[in-house]
Structure formats: structure tokens, C-alpha cells
Design a protein around this ligand. Structure first.
Ligand code: BG6
Ligand code: MG
Length: 218
């Protein structure tokens, strides 16, 4: 049993899919007759598909029947999947493979901790699935981030204590979830947006090997 474990969010941390989620929600908002900005989209990062649609409808002041709600949720996902379809390994974010390779070669357990129900096919598509010892995604949780459930399940599956887990997150909700799980939170993105994280880096190219070694206790 390794002392430490690393948990990666997917969208916006491993792959550049956050922009596709944004575009798909924006398309739906426009179709329903209102705008949806990048600033508003920050609130959607890390948030489940269902909760995201609830937020979107609140923003547009749109009421929906259960049938309409389900249909719009399916429509957004189809739109998103059409973007994903064209995706390849070039959309892996900079230096992610290098970090995964470093952890793997040091036999440090790695889990995914994502809200997405599309996580596995995306990892397969970009050929990174084999790095993960376990996958915890939107299909395995009942409570969405900022609830810590997703990361606590990941820690349990990795057989690592929560306080010895390191979480990489691009979402405010994800950073809150990692903090609530008593884990080390590392924000990937804007320092101001992710100010609640223990550490923040613009991307993985800013993370040195020395820092990784410290985190990994090697
Ligand atoms: C998160 C994204 O990783 O997954 C959110 O940050 C998204 O934007 C959520 O809504 C759910 O993803 P999916 O693929 O199940 O719709
Ligand atoms: Mg994310």
C-alpha cells in the first residue's frame, strides 16, 4: 500500500474538454433565447450535467416540464459528444502525460475523480486509460462536487488515507470538494478563481519535478 495517492479531475485538467462543455451549454442557451458567457460557465465547471441544466434554466428564467428537462439534457450531451467525437491525443493538456508517467514509474496509485459520465470513453479516446488504477466518475457518485464523495471514494479505492491524497482540479466546486475531503488541493488554472486551493498553477508545465517528489514523498 502506497502512502500517497494522486487524484485527477478530467475535464479541464487532463483534457481540454471544458471548452466543449461550454459550447454545448451555450448552444442550448442560444436556442432557448438567451446568452451564456464564459464567466457564467465558471459556475458550471465540475458540476453535474443535471445541476448544470438547472442552473442554466435559472439563468435564462426558463421553466421546463420533466420531459423538456430530460430532452434538453440529452440534447446537450449529444451536442457535447459530437465535439468529443473529433477529439484525439492532441487535446491532452500540456505535460499531463509527463506527470502520469512520473507517478506510474514510481508506483504511485492514480485515480480519476470526475463528475463526468463520459469519462471512460474520453480517456480511451486519448489513450490515457491505462495510467489509472481506478476510475471514479459521474456514474459512481450520488452527490456532486463540492460534496467530497467522489474524492473519498477514490481514496478508498486507492487504499490511501484522504489526508495523503493530492487532487488536481480546475473547478471551484472541485477545489471545495477536495478541501472538504481533507486532501491537498492543487488548482490548475486562474489563481484568482481557484484561490481556495492549497496551490495553484496555470498548467502542468509550471509544476516542477521537485515539487512532485515532495508531494509524492519520494
Ligand atoms: C465535469 C465538467 O467534469 O463533468 C462539467 O466540469 C460537466 O462541466 C460534468 O457538466 C458532467 O459531465 P458529463 O460528461 O457527464 O455531462
Ligand atoms: Mg474539471
Amino acid at each position: 500500500m502506497s502512502e500517497v495517492g494522486f487524484i485527477f479531475d478530467l475535464d479541464g485538467v487532463i483534457v481540454d474538454t471544458a471548452k466543449y462543455h461550454y459550447l454545448a451549454w451555450k448552444n442550448l442557451a442560444n436556442e432557448l433565447g438567451f446568452e451564456f458567457t464564459k464567466e457564467q460557465n465558471e459556475l458550471f465547471k465540475g458540476v453535474s450535467r443535471k445541476r448544470s441544466l438547472e442552473l442554466l434554466l435559472e439563468m435564462g428564467n426558463v421553466k421546463a416540464t420533466k420531459e423538456q428537462f430530460d430532452a434538453w439534457m440529452a440534447e446537450k450531451n449529444q451536442d457535447y459528444l459530437a465535439y468529443i467525437e473529433k477529439m484525439d491525443a492532441s487535446e491532452i493538456l500540456p505535460d499531463v502525460p509527463k506527470v502520469l508517467e512520473f507517478l506510474k514509474s514510481n508506483v504511485i496509485p492514480i485515480s480519476l475523480g470526475s463528475a463526468s459520465k463520459n469519462a471512460k470513453p474520453i480517456l480511451e479516446k486519448v489513450d490515457l486509460l491505462s495510467y489509472f488504477d481506478t476510475i471514479v466518475d459521474g456514474n459512481s457518485v450520488s452527490k456532486a462536487k463540492p460534496d467530497p464523495e467522489v474524492f473519498l471514494i477514490a481514496a478508498e479505492k486507492l487504499r490511501v488515507l484522504p489526508e495523503n491524497c493530492i487532487v488536481f482540479e480546475d473547478a471551484v466546486a472541485g477545489v471545495k470538494a477536495a478541501n472538504a475531503a481533507n486532501m491537498i488541493s492543487i488548482g490548475i488554472g486562474d489563481k484568482e478563481v481557484l484561490r481556495e486551493a492549497n496551490f495553484v498553477f496555470e498548467d502542468f508545465t509550471e509544476i516542477s519535478l521537485d515539487f512532485l517528489k515532495k508531494l509524492a514523498k519520494i
